[in-house]
Design a protein around this ligand. Structure first.
Ligand SMILES: O=C(O)CCC(=O)C(=O)O
Length: 268
């Protein structure tokens, strides 16, 4: 991505709360991802978002979600060099799937989980604390259940969206292989699938390293997956962000564990 394109994506996220990076996955990769999502759904018989989770551990194709330099550049611009992946979910929306309500993220483990009484129902909007990254594994169209969102809503300080339809809400259309990136304070949701086609996606939320992730990926990531991710993986899976459970001088921050002399104190 050249500097001009990068600047345009950054500006869109700053102004509207979202952007679309096209051509991040090839058609062949999308086909493989679809096939793997169907396989996993068959195995678990669970089509809910929680049903197909931690995808990077389940097929090599899903390791691509944190290997794309243009995407990482945008994520790290907003969330810092040590931004962490917070989950990797599969989403299969069959013809006839009803739409989901507008919501913002961060309400399970993040900054919107339990606002304090003194917050007066106002969420933090001054900085980008998290980005949701949705891989369009099939085309996202006006009728097949594509994500809809309210541009600019990330700036609105109320945690609760007004009743739908909210003025300005729009369905994001994007071709297969594109990635929708949005500030997780942006009100969004899946739209109704009125088409004859299934909509496939991979949802991969990212957070600042000091925000609790949706899943403790530093513990969940499989050793071979982490190994393949190399040095970058320690940041992405939050390993270098782990708070020490030993004294600071006994702790190796980069590897998220005891220094060699204190290996016998490692907790598993
Ligand atoms: O599946 C979609 O289009 C939206 C997903 C969503 O609402 C979320 O990730 O919070």
């Amino acid at each position: 991505m050249n500097q001009q394109d990068f600047d345009a994506h950054v500006l869109r996220i700053k102004l509207e709360g979202y952007t679309v990076l096209s051509g991040q996955l090839t058609d062949k990769e999308c086909q493989e991802a679809k096939w793997q999502l169907e396989r996993l759904a068959d195995e678990t018989h669970d089509y809910s978002i929680g049903g197909i989770n931690n995808l990077f551990n389940k097929a090599r194709i899903f390791e691509r979600i944190y290997q794309l330099p243009d995407l990482l550049r945008v994520i790290r611009y907003f969330l810092g060099e040590d931004a962490v992946l917070s989950g990797a979910y599969g989403s299969i929306r069959r013809p006839g799937s009803s739409g989901g309500g507008l919501h913002s993220d961060g309400s399970q483990t993040g900054h919107n989980r339990a606002l304090a009484e003194a917050d007066n129902d106002q969420r933090i909007t001054s900085h980008v604390l998290g980005l949701n990254v949705i891989f369009c594994v099939s085309d996202f169209t006006k009728t097949n259940g594509a994500t809809y969102l309210v541009p600019g809503s990330f700036q609105y300080d109320s945690f609760r969206p007004p009743d739908a339809p909210v003025p300005g809400q729009r369905i994001v259309e994007a071709s297969c292989g594109s990635v929708l990136v949005f500030n997780f304070n942006t009100w969004h949701g899946p739209s109704e699938n009125q088409s004859q086609d299934t909509r496939y996606a991979v949802l991969s939320p990212w957070r600042r390293q000091w925000i609790r992730p949706e899943n403790e990926l530093s513990r969940l990531v499989a050793p071979d997956v982490l190994e393949r991710a190399g040095e970058n993986g320690k940041k992405i899976f939050g390993i270098s962000a782990l708070p020490p459970y030993l004294e600071g001088w006994q702790w190796d921050r980069a590897s998220g564990g005891p220094k060699p002399d204190w290996e016998h104190l490692r907790r598993f």
